[in-house]
Design a protein around this ligand. Sequence first.
Ligand SMILES: [Zn+2]
Ligand SMILES: [Zn+2]
Length: 376
Amino acid sequence: MRSFDELLKESSTLHGHQCAGQILGVRMALLGCREVAIDEPRGCKKLIVYAEIDRCATDALQAVTGCSLGKRTLKYLDYGKMAITFLNTETGRAVRVLAKDEARKLVPLYVQDSANSRDAQEQAYRIMPEEALFAVKPVTIEVPPQEMPGYRGKRVECAECGEGINFNREVERAGRMLCIPCSQEQLRSNGHAGGAKTANPKVLLIVGSKKVGKTTLIERLIPELSRRGYRVGTVKHHHSDFPVSVDTAGTDSWRHRQAGAAGVALVTPTDIALFRNGENSLSLDDIVAGLGATDIVLVEGFHNEPRVKIEVRSARSDAALCEKDKNLLAVVAPEAHPASVPSFVPEDIQPIADFIEREILARTPKTGASTRGQIP
Ligand SMILES: [Zn+2]
Ligand SMILES: [Zn+2]
């Protein structure tokens, strides 16, 4: 096996930058391979790894072991956990290596005089003993034949979309063989899952300081949630006092308003626009109701409202808007951002949408401790 520094350099090249995740990932890979007695994982063909998160460390795992999705030797389990399982398919020995959350708190014990917390974290993760960083547990894994690299199975055509399905991923629904997306779509339209057409849409606040990327996040969540069968509405809180200039001077609707109408509806064959006086005359609930049939309404702003929210933070602003807010469900920020709630990087649109589906849209909200705050 090559040296740690050599491996770190390779993994950082593959990943695009060096970060604490690369250091952790390289160390996890070295530890895991050693535990399952694989001296040189590259090209060895008997190693399968299961990554439980798609983050920086996963790239390091790939760089060190040479395991990859394409070779079917890297399996991705979307659990959002910093854990990797290593399996030696020849001996059957397998271990799960978990990166301990507490490791971060131990950083000051190992590195004191560092320019910033990120540097300190990177330096500490290089030198901390494995026991401080990781928990290792032997596990038993039965790999079904269709999961093995090199498996050749029959290909099935989805009865709904007609596309080919490999590796036994077809699902039987009422006697028909469907691909996973089509089977989920069917569940939705039967009202068993997500896209239930509720009279009271769920409301999720997307909060954060100015220019941190709230609009971008909303703009990317809309197509992702829509693709999953939800009707998405949005509300934007605008801070300036002067009147919205959508209803421009001279138009008929503007003339109605000028003549003293408290509310004016402008109706066209494709759109309806409502103009009403003053934000204080309407509650957020009224506004949401006015959006018509939606499953979820993403509200940009209104961070003081006691409703579930996701805060968008920038790399630099440590001034969190809603750190102590019990309704704060998650944080979206560049990597290595400390937060007491789940955090995502802005590129993680699918995991964020999964999270929203699970924590907010699920028809039967989980009663477990992971559901924080009040789901409206
Ligand atoms: Zn990284
Ligand atoms: Zn299909």
